[in-house]
Design a protein around this ligand. Structure first.
Ligand code: ATP
Length: 299
């Protein structure tokens, strides 16, 4: 399938600061694509380039496999920084102004986007009376005007309290369910894990890795096993077929398998037939943080 966005060797410097150093990746259709990296890794610069706010020094990008045009831009909604909404106006009046300036959407669309972000009941309240989370939802509503196919968000949960964060994450998942492709910058691993299907990890302007979240963060099943006699258990499990590594860990044995190939019931039966009763048998996902630090470790 044609990627929604294809980025090829993008580089950008601000004077001596190399913000992006030749970054390439594709964003598949329907993905919630996280651009993940610590502060200063180049995420906002990348989003600004793909939205034509900044010009890359070298490299190129293509939306929908087509050259950029007015039509292409209409298919992309974005939220890079909180729009300057008028504090004394209601949500509806503010969106009317956004619509008048951007030419996106119409009166019916304003009701639709307020419904999507769950602000319909408060649509006549003044912006100044909104909580931070509601303000952010209104900003997302503005990005949804005209029903664009792709949404680009920079750190959409930044500065919100836990409830506000949860609401925005739910909203992003809901938009994805409705078939939107979402590209979002985040410095939060946890956010990418909870919300994204795909990720590109940036570190100091370089792409460390890009791909499906499951592939990037977990390429093996790790099975934890224990019994009353760890020494005997280890010697029995040594003969178990199919693992790639076996490792005693505290009072447990860790068995590593290629992703998706660990079969707990077979391990259980194997041990039982050799006279061992297990008191622990589970698959654990490698902790995301461990993998992230491994990936972004200084060379
Ligand atoms: P953050 O999460 O802090 O926004 P980021 O990953 O989005 O970080 P960028 O904002 O793209 O990173 O910044 C990448 C690098 O470029 C940083 O070193 C930053 O200081 C630098 N930079 C960004 N904008 C400018 C600018 N206008 N002038 C000079 N340097 C800049």
């Amino acid at each position: 399938m044609q990627p929604v966005l294809s980025i090829n060797g993008i580089a950008k410097a601000y004077g001596p600061i190399k913000a992006l150093k030749g970054v390439s990746f594709d964003v598949p259709e329907g993905a919630v694509f996280g651009i993940l990296g610590p502060n200063g890794s180049g995420k906002t610069t990348m989003l600004s380039i793909i939205l034509d706010i900044l010009k890359a020094d070298t490299g190129s990008f293509v939306w929908f496999g087509e050259p950029g045009s007015e039509h292409t831009r209409k298919r992309i909604g974005s939220l890079l920084e909180t729009p300057n909404f008028y504090h004394y106006l209601s949500a509806v009046d503010n969106l009317n102004i956004t619509h008048a300036i951007s030419g996106r959407g119409d009166a019916a669309d304003i009701d639709r986007v307020l419904e999507v972000v769950k602000l319909s009941e408060r649509k006549k309240s003044k912006f100044s009376a909104y909580s931070l989370g509601m303000k952010q939802r209104l900003a997302i509503a503005a990005a949804l005007l005209g029903d664009p196919q792709v949404l680009v968000f920079d750190e959409p949960t930044n500065g919100l309290d836990p409830v506000g964060i949860a609401e925005i994450r739910e909203l992003i998942k809901e938009l994805a369910k409705r078939g939107k492709t979402i590209i979002m910058a985040s410095h939060l691993l946890d956010e990418v894990e909870k919300v994204c299907t795909h990720v590109a990890i940036l570190k100091r302007g370089e792409l460390i890795v890009a791909g499906a979240v499951d592939d990037v963060f977990s390429n093996e099943d790790i099975v934890e096993v224990s019994s009353n006699d760890p020494v005997q258990l280890l010697s029995v499990l040594n003969a178990f077929p199919g693992y790639s590594k076996i490792q005693p860990h505290e009072k447990k044995i860790l068995l590593f398998f290629p992703i998706g190939t660990a079969r707990l019931e077979e391990i259980n039966r194997f041990c039982f037939e050799k006279g061992i009763t297990l008191n622990l048998l589970l698959v654990r996902k490698e902790r995301l943080e461990t993998k992230f630090f491994e990936l972004t470790n200084e060379k």
